[in-house]
Design a protein around this ligand. Structure first.
Ligand SMILES: Cc1cc2nc3c(=O)[nH]c(=O)nc-3n(C[C@H](O)[C@H](O)[C@H](O)COP(=O)(O)OP(=O)(O)OC[C@H]3O[C@@H](n4cnc5c(N)ncnc54)[C@H](O)[C@@H]3O)c2cc1C
Ligand SMILES: NC(=O)c1ccc[n+]([C@@H]2O[C@H](COP(=O)([O-])OP(=O)(O)OC[C@H]3O[C@@H](n4cnc5c(N)ncnc54)[C@H](O)[C@@H]3O)[C@@H](O)[C@H]2O)c1
Length: 470
Protein backbone atom coordinates (compact mmCIF):
# COMPACT_ATOMS: atom_id res chain seq x y z
CA UNK A 1 0.00 0.00 0.00
CA UNK A 2 1.25 3.48 -0.89
CA UNK A 3 2.04 5.88 1.95
CA UNK A 4 2.47 9.66 1.73
CA UNK A 5 3.22 12.51 4.12
CA UNK A 6 1.35 15.79 3.83
CA UNK A 7 1.27 19.02 5.77
CA UNK A 8 -1.82 21.25 5.72
CA UNK A 9 -2.87 24.48 7.41
CA UNK A 10 -6.20 22.97 8.45
CA UNK A 11 -7.37 19.35 8.54
CA UNK A 12 -11.17 19.03 8.54
CA UNK A 13 -12.50 15.60 9.51
CA UNK A 14 -16.07 14.99 8.34
CA UNK A 15 -17.76 16.28 5.18
CA UNK A 16 -21.25 17.03 6.56
CA UNK A 17 -22.86 20.41 7.33
CA UNK A 18 -20.42 20.91 10.22
CA UNK A 19 -17.27 20.23 8.16
CA UNK A 20 -17.68 21.04 4.46
CA UNK A 21 -18.70 24.72 4.86
CA UNK A 22 -15.67 25.35 7.11
CA UNK A 23 -13.32 23.66 4.63
CA UNK A 24 -14.79 25.67 1.77
CA UNK A 25 -14.61 28.99 3.61
CA UNK A 26 -10.96 28.33 4.52
CA UNK A 27 -10.13 27.06 1.00
CA UNK A 28 -11.76 30.11 -0.56
CA UNK A 29 -9.50 32.27 1.60
CA UNK A 30 -6.44 30.43 0.23
CA UNK A 31 -5.65 28.23 3.25
CA UNK A 32 -4.23 24.82 2.46
CA UNK A 33 -7.03 22.55 3.68
CA UNK A 34 -7.57 18.79 3.62
CA UNK A 35 -11.21 17.69 4.02
CA UNK A 36 -11.54 13.98 4.84
CA UNK A 37 -14.87 12.23 4.44
CA UNK A 38 -15.44 8.54 5.21
CA UNK A 39 -18.86 8.19 3.58
CA UNK A 40 -20.08 8.03 -0.01
CA UNK A 41 -19.81 11.75 -0.78
CA UNK A 42 -19.92 15.23 0.70
CA UNK A 43 -23.13 15.94 2.60
CA UNK A 44 -23.02 13.94 5.83
CA UNK A 45 -25.98 12.50 7.68
CA UNK A 46 -28.11 15.43 6.56
CA UNK A 47 -27.77 14.62 2.87
CA UNK A 48 -27.57 10.84 2.85
CA UNK A 49 -29.57 9.69 5.88
CA UNK A 50 -31.34 12.67 7.36
CA UNK A 51 -32.82 16.03 6.38
CA UNK A 52 -32.95 15.61 2.63
CA UNK A 53 -34.13 12.00 2.08
CA UNK A 54 -36.71 12.29 4.87
CA UNK A 55 -38.12 15.45 3.31
CA UNK A 56 -38.12 13.82 -0.13
CA UNK A 57 -40.32 11.06 1.35
CA UNK A 58 -42.48 13.68 3.04
CA UNK A 59 -43.00 15.44 -0.28
CA UNK A 60 -44.37 12.24 -1.84
CA UNK A 61 -46.52 11.50 1.21
CA UNK A 62 -47.90 15.05 1.44
CA UNK A 63 -48.67 15.24 -2.30
CA UNK A 64 -50.57 11.96 -2.06
CA UNK A 65 -52.40 13.28 0.98
CA UNK A 66 -53.36 16.40 -1.02
CA UNK A 67 -54.85 14.19 -3.73
CA UNK A 68 -56.81 12.29 -1.09
CA UNK A 69 -58.30 15.68 -0.11
CA UNK A 70 -58.99 16.79 -3.69
CA UNK A 71 -62.77 16.77 -3.18
CA UNK A 72 -62.49 19.57 -0.58
CA UNK A 73 -61.10 21.82 -3.31
CA UNK A 74 -63.80 21.02 -5.83
CA UNK A 75 -61.73 18.53 -7.75
CA UNK A 76 -63.58 15.43 -8.78
CA UNK A 77 -61.50 12.28 -9.17
CA UNK A 78 -62.68 9.03 -10.65
CA UNK A 79 -63.08 6.22 -8.14
CA UNK A 80 -59.77 4.61 -9.14
CA UNK A 81 -57.76 7.85 -9.19
CA UNK A 82 -56.16 7.58 -5.73
CA UNK A 83 -52.52 7.19 -6.65
CA UNK A 84 -50.75 3.94 -5.97
CA UNK A 85 -47.20 4.27 -4.70
CA UNK A 86 -44.20 3.25 -6.77
CA UNK A 87 -41.70 3.07 -3.92
CA UNK A 88 -38.81 2.19 -6.23
CA UNK A 89 -39.50 5.40 -8.16
CA UNK A 90 -39.55 7.38 -4.90
CA UNK A 91 -36.18 5.86 -3.98
CA UNK A 92 -34.67 6.61 -7.38
CA UNK A 93 -35.90 10.21 -7.19
CA UNK A 94 -34.22 10.40 -3.77
CA UNK A 95 -30.98 8.93 -5.16
CA UNK A 96 -30.95 11.38 -8.08
CA UNK A 97 -31.35 14.38 -5.78
CA UNK A 98 -28.77 13.08 -3.31
CA UNK A 99 -26.11 12.31 -5.87
CA UNK A 100 -26.74 15.61 -7.68
CA UNK A 101 -26.26 17.53 -4.44
CA UNK A 102 -23.14 15.58 -3.47
CA UNK A 103 -21.63 16.10 -6.92
CA UNK A 104 -22.51 19.81 -6.76
CA UNK A 105 -20.70 20.17 -3.43
CA UNK A 106 -17.67 18.31 -4.77
CA UNK A 107 -17.58 20.53 -7.87
CA UNK A 108 -17.47 23.60 -5.60
CA UNK A 109 -14.50 22.18 -3.70
CA UNK A 110 -12.72 21.26 -6.94
CA UNK A 111 -12.81 24.90 -7.97
CA UNK A 112 -10.65 25.73 -4.94
CA UNK A 113 -7.03 24.82 -5.67
CA UNK A 114 -5.89 24.91 -2.04
CA UNK A 115 -8.67 22.55 -0.85
CA UNK A 116 -7.97 18.84 -1.13
CA UNK A 117 -10.95 16.47 -0.60
CA UNK A 118 -9.95 12.94 0.40
CA UNK A 119 -12.51 10.13 0.60
CA UNK A 120 -11.19 8.05 3.48
CA UNK A 121 -11.20 7.74 7.25
CA UNK A 122 -9.12 9.98 9.49
CA UNK A 123 -7.82 9.22 12.97
CA UNK A 124 -5.86 11.62 15.16
CA UNK A 125 -2.51 10.12 16.14
CA UNK A 126 -1.29 13.14 18.11
CA UNK A 127 -1.93 16.82 18.80
CA UNK A 128 -0.82 17.80 15.29
CA UNK A 129 -0.89 14.52 13.34
CA UNK A 130 -3.48 12.23 11.83
CA UNK A 131 -3.57 9.07 9.78
CA UNK A 132 -5.88 9.16 6.78
CA UNK A 133 -6.72 5.78 5.24
CA UNK A 134 -8.23 5.40 1.79
CA UNK A 135 -8.76 2.05 0.06
CA UNK A 136 -5.40 2.34 -1.71
CA UNK A 137 -3.35 4.74 0.38
CA UNK A 138 -2.27 5.66 3.90
CA UNK A 139 -1.49 9.32 4.40
CA UNK A 140 0.25 10.73 7.44
CA UNK A 141 -0.95 14.28 7.75
CA UNK A 142 0.48 16.98 9.96
CA UNK A 143 -1.60 20.11 10.50
CA UNK A 144 -1.50 23.50 12.19
CA UNK A 145 -5.20 23.41 13.06
CA UNK A 146 -7.94 20.77 12.85
CA UNK A 147 -11.73 20.85 12.88
CA UNK A 148 -13.51 17.71 14.04
CA UNK A 149 -16.96 17.32 12.47
CA UNK A 150 -17.67 13.59 12.54
CA UNK A 151 -21.32 14.09 13.48
CA UNK A 152 -23.51 11.55 15.23
CA UNK A 153 -24.88 8.03 14.86
CA UNK A 154 -28.23 6.53 15.94
CA UNK A 155 -28.30 5.71 19.66
CA UNK A 156 -29.16 2.13 20.54
CA UNK A 157 -31.41 1.18 23.45
CA UNK A 158 -30.77 -1.52 26.06
CA UNK A 159 -34.05 -3.28 25.27
CA UNK A 160 -34.09 -7.09 24.96
CA UNK A 161 -34.63 -7.80 21.28
CA UNK A 162 -33.29 -4.43 20.06
CA UNK A 163 -30.57 -6.33 18.20
CA UNK A 164 -33.00 -8.67 16.35
CA UNK A 165 -32.84 -8.73 12.55
CA UNK A 166 -35.48 -6.37 11.23
CA UNK A 167 -35.36 -4.02 14.22
CA UNK A 168 -34.02 -0.95 12.45
CA UNK A 169 -32.76 2.59 13.04
CA UNK A 170 -33.46 5.79 11.10
CA UNK A 171 -30.66 5.13 8.61
CA UNK A 172 -32.20 1.78 7.69
CA UNK A 173 -35.67 3.32 7.63
CA UNK A 174 -34.45 5.78 4.98
CA UNK A 175 -33.22 2.79 2.93
CA UNK A 176 -36.30 0.61 3.47
CA UNK A 177 -37.19 -1.17 0.23
CA UNK A 178 -40.97 -1.35 0.67
CA UNK A 179 -43.59 0.58 2.60
CA UNK A 180 -44.33 -1.54 5.67
CA UNK A 181 -47.91 -2.47 6.47
CA UNK A 182 -47.34 -1.66 10.14
CA UNK A 183 -44.58 -0.13 12.24
CA UNK A 184 -43.70 0.68 15.83
CA UNK A 185 -41.53 3.75 16.29
CA UNK A 186 -39.74 3.89 19.65
CA UNK A 187 -39.16 7.59 20.38
CA UNK A 188 -41.23 10.67 19.54
CA UNK A 189 -38.51 13.23 18.89
CA UNK A 190 -38.28 14.94 15.50
CA UNK A 191 -37.31 11.70 13.74
CA UNK A 192 -40.11 9.63 15.31
CA UNK A 193 -42.80 12.22 14.62
CA UNK A 194 -41.70 13.02 11.07
CA UNK A 195 -41.38 9.34 10.12
CA UNK A 196 -44.68 8.45 11.80
CA UNK A 197 -46.61 10.95 9.71
CA UNK A 198 -44.76 10.21 6.47
CA UNK A 199 -45.42 6.48 6.69
CA UNK A 200 -48.97 6.94 8.01
CA UNK A 201 -49.73 9.13 4.97
CA UNK A 202 -48.26 6.39 2.77
CA UNK A 203 -50.62 3.84 4.33
CA UNK A 204 -48.60 2.26 7.16
CA UNK A 205 -50.38 1.56 10.46
CA UNK A 206 -48.10 3.39 12.91
CA UNK A 207 -47.70 3.09 16.68
CA UNK A 208 -45.47 5.54 18.58
CA UNK A 209 -44.00 4.60 21.97
CA UNK A 210 -42.50 7.55 23.85
CA UNK A 211 -41.05 7.27 27.34
CA UNK A 212 -41.60 10.95 28.25
CA UNK A 213 -44.98 12.40 29.16
CA UNK A 214 -45.30 14.13 25.79
CA UNK A 215 -43.98 14.09 22.26
CA UNK A 216 -41.22 16.47 21.06
CA UNK A 217 -39.77 17.34 24.47
CA UNK A 218 -37.97 20.66 23.72
CA UNK A 219 -40.78 22.03 21.50
CA UNK A 220 -43.33 24.56 22.84
CA UNK A 221 -45.69 22.44 24.96
CA UNK A 222 -48.92 23.95 23.61
CA UNK A 223 -47.90 23.31 20.00
CA UNK A 224 -46.59 19.81 20.73
CA UNK A 225 -49.89 19.05 22.53
CA UNK A 226 -51.91 20.20 19.51
CA UNK A 227 -49.74 18.14 17.17
CA UNK A 228 -50.11 15.06 19.38
CA UNK A 229 -53.90 15.36 19.07
CA UNK A 230 -53.50 15.68 15.32
CA UNK A 231 -51.39 12.49 15.15
CA UNK A 232 -54.14 10.62 16.98
CA UNK A 233 -56.89 12.11 14.75
CA UNK A 234 -54.89 11.01 11.72
CA UNK A 235 -54.98 7.41 12.96
CA UNK A 236 -51.54 7.11 14.59
CA UNK A 237 -51.56 5.26 17.91
CA UNK A 238 -49.53 7.35 20.37
CA UNK A 239 -48.48 6.06 23.77
CA UNK A 240 -46.58 8.50 25.97
CA UNK A 241 -45.11 7.49 29.39
CA UNK A 242 -44.49 4.15 27.68
CA UNK A 243 -41.79 1.79 28.94
CA UNK A 244 -40.71 -0.70 26.31
CA UNK A 245 -39.95 -4.07 27.94
CA UNK A 246 -38.95 -6.23 24.97
CA UNK A 247 -39.11 -6.90 21.26
CA UNK A 248 -39.55 -10.47 20.01
CA UNK A 249 -40.11 -12.13 16.66
CA UNK A 250 -38.22 -12.10 13.41
CA UNK A 251 -37.77 -9.95 10.31
CA UNK A 252 -41.21 -8.95 9.07
CA UNK A 253 -43.13 -9.86 12.23
CA UNK A 254 -42.36 -8.40 15.64
CA UNK A 255 -44.12 -8.11 18.96
CA UNK A 256 -43.19 -5.10 21.06
CA UNK A 257 -44.19 -5.41 24.70
CA UNK A 258 -44.55 -2.17 26.64
CA UNK A 259 -46.32 -0.77 29.66
CA UNK A 260 -48.10 2.49 30.35
CA UNK A 261 -49.03 3.32 33.95
CA UNK A 262 -48.43 -0.30 35.00
CA UNK A 263 -50.67 -1.71 32.26
CA UNK A 264 -48.86 -4.12 29.95
CA UNK A 265 -49.62 -3.95 26.23
CA UNK A 266 -48.28 -5.36 22.99
CA UNK A 267 -48.01 -4.13 19.43
CA UNK A 268 -47.60 -6.59 16.57
CA UNK A 269 -45.96 -5.00 13.56
CA UNK A 270 -43.93 -5.73 10.46
CA UNK A 271 -41.22 -3.25 11.41
CA UNK A 272 -39.86 -1.83 14.67
CA UNK A 273 -37.71 1.29 14.35
CA UNK A 274 -35.68 2.66 17.23
CA UNK A 275 -35.55 6.43 16.80
CA UNK A 276 -34.67 7.46 20.33
CA UNK A 277 -31.91 10.00 19.76
CA UNK A 278 -28.41 10.10 18.32
CA UNK A 279 -25.02 10.00 19.99
CA UNK A 280 -21.91 11.97 19.06
CA UNK A 281 -19.59 9.98 16.80
CA UNK A 282 -16.28 9.88 18.67
CA UNK A 283 -15.49 6.22 17.97
CA UNK A 284 -12.22 5.63 16.14
CA UNK A 285 -11.34 9.31 16.02
CA UNK A 286 -8.20 8.86 18.13
CA UNK A 287 -9.19 11.41 20.77
CA UNK A 288 -7.17 9.40 23.32
CA UNK A 289 -3.99 10.50 21.48
CA UNK A 290 -4.81 14.16 22.19
CA UNK A 291 -6.11 16.35 25.00
CA UNK A 292 -9.56 16.54 23.37
CA UNK A 293 -12.10 15.65 26.06
CA UNK A 294 -15.58 14.27 25.62
CA UNK A 295 -18.39 13.04 27.84
CA UNK A 296 -21.72 11.35 27.13
CA UNK A 297 -23.06 14.59 25.62
CA UNK A 298 -20.21 14.86 23.14
CA UNK A 299 -16.89 16.64 22.65
CA UNK A 300 -16.28 19.41 25.17
CA UNK A 301 -15.45 22.85 23.73
CA UNK A 302 -15.02 26.43 24.94
CA UNK A 303 -16.84 29.55 23.69
CA UNK A 304 -14.75 29.55 20.49
CA UNK A 305 -15.54 25.85 19.86
CA UNK A 306 -11.93 24.94 20.70
CA UNK A 307 -11.52 21.54 22.35
CA UNK A 308 -9.21 20.72 25.27
CA UNK A 309 -6.41 20.40 22.72
CA UNK A 310 -5.35 23.93 21.69
CA UNK A 311 -5.69 24.32 17.90
CA UNK A 312 -8.26 21.52 17.54
CA UNK A 313 -11.86 22.69 17.14
CA UNK A 314 -15.13 20.76 16.91
CA UNK A 315 -18.54 21.53 15.40
CA UNK A 316 -22.02 20.11 14.81
CA UNK A 317 -23.57 16.92 16.15
CA UNK A 318 -20.23 15.87 17.61
CA UNK A 319 -20.93 18.46 20.35
CA UNK A 320 -24.31 16.91 21.23
CA UNK A 321 -27.60 18.81 21.32
CA UNK A 322 -28.90 20.75 19.55
CA UNK A 323 -28.41 18.61 16.45
CA UNK A 324 -29.44 20.54 13.37
CA UNK A 325 -27.75 20.94 10.01
CA UNK A 326 -28.01 24.75 9.94
CA UNK A 327 -26.65 24.93 13.51
CA UNK A 328 -23.67 22.77 12.51
CA UNK A 329 -23.05 25.01 9.49
CA UNK A 330 -23.31 28.20 11.56
CA UNK A 331 -20.67 26.76 13.88
CA UNK A 332 -18.48 25.66 10.95
CA UNK A 333 -18.54 29.13 9.40
CA UNK A 334 -17.80 30.76 12.76
CA UNK A 335 -14.76 28.53 13.36
CA UNK A 336 -13.52 29.25 9.82
CA UNK A 337 -13.76 33.02 10.41
CA UNK A 338 -12.06 32.61 13.76
CA UNK A 339 -9.16 30.71 12.15
CA UNK A 340 -8.89 33.41 9.49
CA UNK A 341 -8.64 36.06 12.22
CA UNK A 342 -11.88 37.73 11.06
CA UNK A 343 -14.38 39.25 13.53
CA UNK A 344 -16.87 36.58 14.53
CA UNK A 345 -19.91 36.13 16.72
CA UNK A 346 -20.21 32.44 17.66
CA UNK A 347 -23.76 31.07 17.26
CA UNK A 348 -25.89 31.33 20.37
CA UNK A 349 -28.52 28.71 21.22
CA UNK A 350 -31.08 31.41 22.04
CA UNK A 351 -30.86 32.58 18.40
CA UNK A 352 -31.16 29.13 16.86
CA UNK A 353 -34.16 28.22 14.75
CA UNK A 354 -35.54 24.86 13.67
CA UNK A 355 -38.41 23.27 11.85
CA UNK A 356 -40.02 19.94 12.64
CA UNK A 357 -41.39 18.72 9.34
CA UNK A 358 -44.50 17.31 10.92
CA UNK A 359 -47.91 17.79 9.34
CA UNK A 360 -48.63 20.64 10.03
CA UNK A 361 -45.05 21.86 10.35
CA UNK A 362 -43.69 23.33 13.55
CA UNK A 363 -41.27 26.23 13.26
CA UNK A 364 -39.42 27.54 16.26
CA UNK A 365 -36.82 30.09 17.15
CA UNK A 366 -35.49 31.27 20.49
CA UNK A 367 -36.98 30.66 23.91
CA UNK A 368 -40.11 28.67 24.62
CA UNK A 369 -42.45 29.87 27.34
CA UNK A 370 -41.51 26.91 29.56
CA UNK A 371 -37.77 27.37 29.10
CA UNK A 372 -38.09 31.08 29.88
CA UNK A 373 -40.11 30.45 33.04
CA UNK A 374 -37.83 27.59 34.11
CA UNK A 375 -34.93 30.05 33.79
CA UNK A 376 -36.78 32.51 36.08
CA UNK A 377 -37.62 34.93 33.24
CA UNK A 378 -40.90 36.80 33.35
CA UNK A 379 -42.31 36.61 29.83
CA UNK A 380 -45.47 37.53 27.97
CA UNK A 381 -46.98 35.31 25.29
CA UNK A 382 -49.19 36.48 22.45
CA UNK A 383 -51.10 33.94 20.38
CA UNK A 384 -52.67 33.98 16.96
CA UNK A 385 -54.96 31.15 15.93
CA UNK A 386 -54.73 30.33 12.24
CA UNK A 387 -58.40 29.28 12.32
CA UNK A 388 -59.35 32.81 11.28
CA UNK A 389 -56.44 33.33 8.89
CA UNK A 390 -57.23 34.04 5.23
CA UNK A 391 -54.26 32.21 3.72
CA UNK A 392 -54.70 29.18 5.99
CA UNK A 393 -58.41 28.98 5.12
CA UNK A 394 -57.63 29.19 1.40
CA UNK A 395 -55.08 26.39 1.60
CA UNK A 396 -57.40 24.25 3.73
CA UNK A 397 -54.86 23.99 6.56
CA UNK A 398 -56.26 26.30 9.22
CA UNK A 399 -55.35 24.03 12.14
CA UNK A 400 -52.50 26.11 13.52
CA UNK A 401 -51.27 28.45 16.20
CA UNK A 402 -48.54 31.08 16.46
CA UNK A 403 -47.03 31.96 19.84
CA UNK A 404 -44.73 34.93 20.34
CA UNK A 405 -42.73 34.97 23.57
CA UNK A 406 -41.58 38.46 24.55
CA UNK A 407 -40.02 40.34 27.46
CA UNK A 408 -42.72 42.53 29.09
CA UNK A 409 -40.26 45.35 29.94
CA UNK A 410 -38.07 45.69 26.86
CA UNK A 411 -40.86 44.30 24.62
CA UNK A 412 -38.18 42.32 22.79
CA UNK A 413 -39.20 39.18 20.96
CA UNK A 414 -37.45 36.26 22.68
CA UNK A 415 -39.06 33.36 20.86
CA UNK A 416 -41.46 32.56 18.04
CA UNK A 417 -43.20 29.19 17.82
CA UNK A 418 -45.56 28.30 14.98
CA UNK A 419 -47.67 25.27 14.19
CA UNK A 420 -49.12 25.57 10.71
CA UNK A 421 -48.59 23.86 7.38
CA UNK A 422 -46.10 26.23 5.72
CA UNK A 423 -44.36 27.18 8.98
CA UNK A 424 -41.00 26.04 7.57
CA UNK A 425 -40.78 29.00 5.26
CA UNK A 426 -41.96 31.53 7.84
CA UNK A 427 -39.03 31.10 10.17
CA UNK A 428 -36.57 33.43 8.44
CA UNK A 429 -38.41 36.54 9.64
CA UNK A 430 -38.79 35.08 13.12
CA UNK A 431 -35.09 34.16 13.32
CA UNK A 432 -34.09 37.66 12.21
CA UNK A 433 -36.45 39.28 14.74
CA UNK A 434 -34.94 37.31 17.63
CA UNK A 435 -31.37 37.71 16.37
CA UNK A 436 -31.51 41.52 16.02
CA UNK A 437 -33.62 42.03 19.15
CA UNK A 438 -36.79 43.30 17.43
CA UNK A 439 -39.65 44.41 19.66
CA UNK A 440 -43.28 43.39 19.32
CA UNK A 441 -43.86 46.94 18.01
CA UNK A 442 -41.33 46.29 15.22
CA UNK A 443 -43.30 43.21 14.20
CA UNK A 444 -46.64 45.01 14.54
CA UNK A 445 -45.54 47.92 12.35
CA UNK A 446 -43.96 45.74 9.64
CA UNK A 447 -46.19 45.64 6.58
CA UNK A 448 -46.85 41.96 5.88
CA UNK A 449 -48.31 40.96 2.51
CA UNK A 450 -51.93 39.74 2.31
CA UNK A 451 -53.09 36.98 2.15
CA UNK A 452 -50.04 35.15 3.56
CA UNK A 453 -49.24 33.17 6.69
CA UNK A 454 -46.73 35.87 7.70
CA UNK A 455 -49.52 38.33 8.51
CA UNK A 456 -49.87 36.36 11.73
CA UNK A 457 -46.61 37.87 13.03
CA UNK A 458 -47.99 41.39 12.77
CA UNK A 459 -51.41 40.44 14.13
CA UNK A 460 -50.06 38.52 17.12
CA UNK A 461 -47.72 41.40 17.89
CA UNK A 462 -50.55 43.94 17.58
CA UNK A 463 -52.58 41.91 20.04
CA UNK A 464 -49.95 42.57 22.70
CA UNK A 465 -51.19 46.19 22.70
CA UNK A 466 -49.52 48.71 24.98
CA UNK A 467 -46.75 50.95 23.74
CA UNK A 468 -46.61 51.80 20.06
CA UNK A 469 -43.52 53.11 18.36
CA UNK A 470 -43.54 56.97 18.24
C1 LIG B 1 -33.64 11.18 9.88
C2 LIG B 1 -33.00 12.52 10.18
C3 LIG B 1 -33.63 13.68 9.75
C4 LIG B 1 -33.03 14.92 10.00
N1 LIG B 1 -33.68 16.04 9.57
C5 LIG B 1 -33.12 17.25 9.78
C6 LIG B 1 -33.75 18.43 9.28
O1 LIG B 1 -34.79 18.39 8.63
N2 LIG B 1 -33.15 19.62 9.53
C7 LIG B 1 -31.99 19.70 10.25
O2 LIG B 1 -31.50 20.82 10.45
N3 LIG B 1 -31.38 18.61 10.73
C8 LIG B 1 -31.91 17.39 10.51
N4 LIG B 1 -31.27 16.26 10.96
C9 LIG B 1 -30.02 16.43 11.72
C10 LIG B 1 -28.83 16.70 10.77
O3 LIG B 1 -28.72 15.64 9.84
C11 LIG B 1 -27.53 16.81 11.58
O4 LIG B 1 -27.71 17.76 12.62
C12 LIG B 1 -26.38 17.25 10.70
O5 LIG B 1 -26.17 16.34 9.65
C13 LIG B 1 -25.09 17.36 11.54
O6 LIG B 1 -24.02 17.72 10.72
P1 LIG B 1 -22.53 17.28 11.12
O7 LIG B 1 -21.66 17.77 10.01
O8 LIG B 1 -22.24 17.69 12.50
O9 LIG B 1 -22.53 15.69 11.12
P2 LIG B 1 -22.88 14.65 9.99
O10 LIG B 1 -23.85 15.20 9.03
O11 LIG B 1 -23.22 13.39 10.69
O12 LIG B 1 -21.52 14.47 9.18
C14 LIG B 1 -20.42 13.84 9.74
C15 LIG B 1 -19.60 13.26 8.61
O13 LIG B 1 -18.36 12.80 9.14
C16 LIG B 1 -18.00 11.62 8.45
N5 LIG B 1 -17.05 10.90 9.32
C17 LIG B 1 -17.31 10.29 10.51
N6 LIG B 1 -16.16 9.79 11.03
C18 LIG B 1 -15.17 10.10 10.16
C19 LIG B 1 -13.78 9.87 10.14
N7 LIG B 1 -13.16 9.26 11.14
N8 LIG B 1 -13.06 10.30 9.08
C20 LIG B 1 -13.66 10.95 8.05
N9 LIG B 1 -14.99 11.22 8.03
C21 LIG B 1 -15.73 10.80 9.06
C22 LIG B 1 -19.31 10.89 8.24
O14 LIG B 1 -19.20 9.98 7.15
C23 LIG B 1 -20.25 12.05 7.94
O15 LIG B 1 -20.37 12.30 6.56
C24 LIG B 1 -31.81 15.01 10.70
C25 LIG B 1 -31.17 13.82 11.11
C26 LIG B 1 -31.74 12.60 10.85
C27 LIG B 1 -31.02 11.36 11.27
N1 LIG C 1 -36.54 18.58 11.39
C1 LIG C 1 -35.39 18.53 12.04
O1 LIG C 1 -34.70 19.51 12.24
C2 LIG C 1 -34.90 17.20 12.52
C3 LIG C 1 -35.49 16.04 12.09
C4 LIG C 1 -35.02 14.83 12.56
C5 LIG C 1 -33.96 14.81 13.45
N2 LIG C 1 -33.40 15.96 13.83
C6 LIG C 1 -32.32 15.95 14.84
O2 LIG C 1 -31.75 14.66 14.96
C7 LIG C 1 -31.52 14.35 16.34
C8 LIG C 1 -32.04 12.98 16.63
O3 LIG C 1 -33.47 12.97 16.54
P1 LIG C 1 -34.33 11.97 17.43
O4 LIG C 1 -35.77 12.25 17.19
O5 LIG C 1 -33.82 10.58 17.27
O6 LIG C 1 -33.82 12.34 18.88
P2 LIG C 1 -34.35 13.17 20.13
O7 LIG C 1 -33.32 12.97 21.15
O8 LIG C 1 -34.73 14.55 19.76
O9 LIG C 1 -35.70 12.42 20.55
C9 LIG C 1 -35.67 11.09 20.99
C10 LIG C 1 -36.98 10.76 21.68
O10 LIG C 1 -36.91 9.40 22.07
C11 LIG C 1 -37.40 9.28 23.40
N3 LIG C 1 -36.82 8.09 24.02
C12 LIG C 1 -35.55 7.91 24.50
N4 LIG C 1 -35.41 6.67 25.02
C13 LIG C 1 -36.61 6.04 24.86
C14 LIG C 1 -37.09 4.75 25.18
N5 LIG C 1 -36.32 3.85 25.80
N6 LIG C 1 -38.37 4.46 24.90
C15 LIG C 1 -39.17 5.35 24.29
N7 LIG C 1 -38.77 6.59 23.95
C16 LIG C 1 -37.50 6.93 24.23
C17 LIG C 1 -36.97 10.57 24.06
O11 LIG C 1 -37.73 10.85 25.22
C18 LIG C 1 -37.20 11.58 22.95
O12 LIG C 1 -38.51 12.09 22.93
C19 LIG C 1 -32.21 15.40 17.16
O13 LIG C 1 -31.26 16.16 17.85
C20 LIG C 1 -32.96 16.26 16.17
O14 LIG C 1 -32.86 17.63 16.47
C21 LIG C 1 -33.85 17.16 13.40
Amino acid sequence: MMTTNDHVDVLVIGGGPGGTPAAMALGRAGKHVMLVEAGRGLGGTCLFEGCIPSKIFRETAARRHEIVRAGEFGLRLGSSDLPGIDWAAVQSRRDRILSGRAQGALAHTEAMPSLDVVFGRARLTGARTALVETPDMQRTVTFDRAILATGSVPASLPIPGAELPGVIDSTQLIEIDAIPRSMVLIGAGPIGVEMAQIFAMLGTRVTILEVADRILGPVDAVLAGRLEKRLVQDGIEVHTKATVASITGDRGSHVTTFSVGGKEMTAETEVVAIVAGRRPNVAGLGLENTQVLSDKNGVIVDDTLQTGEPGIYATGDLLGNPMFAHWATAQALAVARHLLGAPVEFPRPEHNSAVIFSYPEIGMVGLTEEAARAGGLDVGVSEYDYKGDARAQISGDADGLLRIVYAPDSRRVLGVHVLVEGAADLMGEAALAVRVGSTVEDLASTIHPHPTLTEAFGLAALAVGGRRRE
